[in-house]
Ligand binder design. Structure first.
Ligand SMILES: *[C@@H]1O[C@H](CO)[C@@H](O)[C@H](O)[C@H]1NC(C)=O
Ligand SMILES: *[C@@H]1O[C@H](CO)[C@@H](O)[C@H](O)[C@H]1NC(C)=O
Length: 354
């Protein structure tokens, strides 16, 4: 990959935490003072519902419990990834005949959602759930919230839900404009604080971000992230193109949501304020001479901004037993990257001599 491309991506990543400078009135439910962080299954597990053929991959309480355990044991919870959010495909196809309540799939969530919520809470995590404002959910499996806003908000509150991701399939633009604020009021009336994530702008030709920020804690403006560099880059480009407009509406309680991309400060920091870095090297492919060839990328550390004179200990984050040892700013680091592939290293700054 070329240096220009590499720098471009690093730069764009850093725009994610440059938001939140303007003061705008937003949804005041006291939540999401910082951008909520957590885990959602969709990018990896999609809408797999066949637990006989795919017992480990199907959307089920087993998957959610396993993930809850891993969020804690692998250190993600301690790093702030506290929301465990069940995405689409958790529902039965029809509501309860008598009460009209939403029903979790009986085969895949046999213990029920309140029970699962208790388990998530017992791990010190927060419980999120997917719903859709229209007639059906996006993957066609379950009933949407149409005509049942108050009931569904109460159901979620009863289950101990802390975060609602509200999708916008099978609803017209005017239904979305009315529905998102109305469902927000239904959530508020339950008395249980729940983060309200809206896919509203994604479904609008010209989203009114000012209005959206008044009713939602965060909002999706781009496509679902997919398992490819092309997808990540595309979402970054959309964000950077609209950055001025988007950033003006972000702040505590109201955030632009670029889907499942994350960034956070990396420790340790040296006594001179030099930081450590986690750096992903991406091969965007498409090189004229050989579009599908792996590329070797070689760079001196200082050219990436790593200029602590004592140097950096370099470790492969995809293989922690692979330690590259000490690199000084003028040393060259090289990495071989498959097409559309990623390598990922931690450059830990050395503390000053004691
Ligand atoms: C409901 O809205 C009021 C007014 O904005 C706010 O003070 C309160 O915290 C909200 N309650 C919940 C549970 O979201
Ligand atoms: C991880 O790195 C170690 C040490 O370099 C190496 O022996 C091992 O094969 C690597 N594992 C994988 C899965 O690449």
């Amino acid at each position: 990959m070329s240096i220009a491309r590499c720098h471009l991506l690093l730069l764009l990543l850093s725009t994610w935490d440059c938001v939140g400078i303007h003061v705008v009135n937003g949804l005041e439910n006291g939540l999401a003072r910082t951008p909520p962080m957590g885990w959602m299954p969709f990018e990896r597990f999609r809408c797999v519902t066949d637990c006989v053929r795919f017992p480990k991959d199907c959307i089920s309480e087993r998957l959610i419990r396993r993930t809850a355990n891993l969020l804690v044991s692998e250190g993600y919870a301690a790093a702030g990834y506290r929301y465990l959010i069940i995405d689409d495909c958790w529902m039965e196809a029809s509501r309860d005949m008598a009460t009209h309540e939403l029903l979790p799939s009986e085969d895949r969530f046999p213990s029920g959602m309140r029970n699962l919520g208790n388990y998530i809470h017992s791990k010190g995590l927060l419980f999120g759930i997917y719903h859709d404002l229209g007639e059906r959910t996006c993957m066609f499996q379950g009933p949407g919230a149409a005509r049942h806003f108050n009931l569904d908000a109460r159901t979620f509150a009863n289950w101990g839900v802390d975060y609602v991701k509200m999708d916008g399939c099978f609803a017209s633009e005017s239904e979305l404009d009315q529905g998102y604020p109305e469902f927000g009021r239904a959530l508020n009336h339950t008395g249980r604080p729940m983060v309200y994530s809206c896919s509203w702008p994604y479904y609008k030709a010209r989203p009114d971000f000012k209005l959206i920020a008044q009713h939602c804690n965060l909002w999706r403006f781009a496509q679902d992230i997919q398992d490819s560099m092309a997808s990540v880059t595309n979402i970054m480009m959309q964000y950077s193109k609209k950055q001025t407009e988007l950033a003006a509406h972000a702040g505590p309680g109201r955030w632009n949501d670029p889907d499942m991309v994350w960034i956070r400060p990396v420790t340790p920091v040296s006594n001179f304020g030099k930081k450590s870095f986690a750096i992903a090297f991406l091969n965007l492919g498409g090189f004229a001479e050989c579009p599908l060839c792996p590329q070797v990328y070689k760079v001196q550390l200082y050219r990436l901004g790593l200029n602590s004179r004592r140097g950096y200990n370099v470790m492969d984050l995809f293989n922690r037993s692979h330690n590259f040892g000490l690199y000084k700013p003028k040393d060259s680091f090289s990495t071989r990257i498959n097409p559309e592939g990623v390598t990922f290293y931690k450059f830990s700054v050395l503390p000053p001599k004691g």
